[in-house]
Ligand binder design. Structure first.
Ligand code: PEP
Length: 255
């Protein structure tokens, strides 16, 4: 059985005060994340200790939106996976399409980040997704599978719970236009098959594959109902604590 995950990517939003208010509101909406679902908050680096301090009282987990490919050293502006672990983070997103697009991050660099995260004890959430022109050309599956395999290069993980893949079509992020449940399922199946070749079928069958891209309460149940979709990576909707709690409830309802 794969435990579903909802992960809220706050991006570069919220002050520390707003983050604290979010946590209070979340706790009011959901005093305890139900067993059988994981809810993960992914704040900007400076907010990680703020969230970590109060996350546990609601059963929330904390993760980062990125991580350095380096362990330690003279890398100004970078954040080490070990620093994140020390602050209470358990997950690290790598390869978000905004990092690929605005910072030119390649799958080779992302694989180094994923390896570093895993080495420090963080669970990497490896993001992949195609731009619109690739989908229009009918090449989405091969593009996304290649991106995933490149981003997992050299990664050695023995516990499938310690690897999460997030399929996020670039054209669906922040646009209000999500993939259909059928397309999300088809891509998840293609990714799982590729994982089975990269690792082994048993391992691949236990890796969580999330869908991301304009997830909201109104469309999430239909996406979650698909057998190979194990949760959501949520941007905009995660900024509202009540909506994020509702998404966690949906993910945990065993649809
Ligand atoms: C994201 O940033 O990963 C994301 C999916 O954003 P949104 O839900 O706003 O489309």
């Amino acid at each position: 059985m794969r435990t579903p995950i909802v992960a809220g990517n706050w991006k570069m939003h919220l002050t520390p005060e707003e983050a604290r208010a979010w946590l209070v509101e979340f706790h009011q909406s959901m005093p305890e994340v139900p067993s059988g679902v994981e809810a993960v908050v992914l704040p900007a680096f400076p907010l990680i200790p703020v969230v970590a301090e109060r996350a546990r009282e609601s059963g929330l987990e904390v993760g980062s939106q990125d991580v350095s490919a380096h362990r330690w050293g003279a890398y100004t502006g970078e954040v080490s996976a070990w620093q994140l672990v020390g602050l209470g983070a358990r997950y690290a997103v790598v390869g978000h399409s905004e990092r690929r697009q605005y910072w030119g991050e390649t799958s080779a660099l992302i694989s180094e980040k994923a390896r570093r995260a895993a080495e420090a004890g963080l669970t990497p959430i490896v993001c992949v997704g195609e731009p619109l022109e690739v989908r229009s050309a009918g090449e989405a599956e091969s593009y996304v599978v290649d991106q995933m395999l490149g981003s997992l290069e050299g990664l050695a993980v023995s516990d499938p719970d310690r690897l999460v893949i997030a399929y996020e079509p670039v054209w669906a992020i922040g646009t209000g236009r999500s993939a259909t449940p059928e397309d999300a399922e088809a891509m998840s199946v293609a990714l799982r098959e590729a994982l089975a070749r990269r690792f082994e079928p048993d391992f691949a069958g236990r890796v969580r594959i999330l869908y991301g891209g304009s997830v909201k309460v109104e469309n999430f149940a239909a996406i979650m109902a698909k057998p190979n979709v194990d949760g959501g990576l949520v941007g905009g909707a995660s900024l509202r604590a009540e909506a994020f709690a509702a998404l966690a409830r949906l993910a945990g309802s065993g649809l």
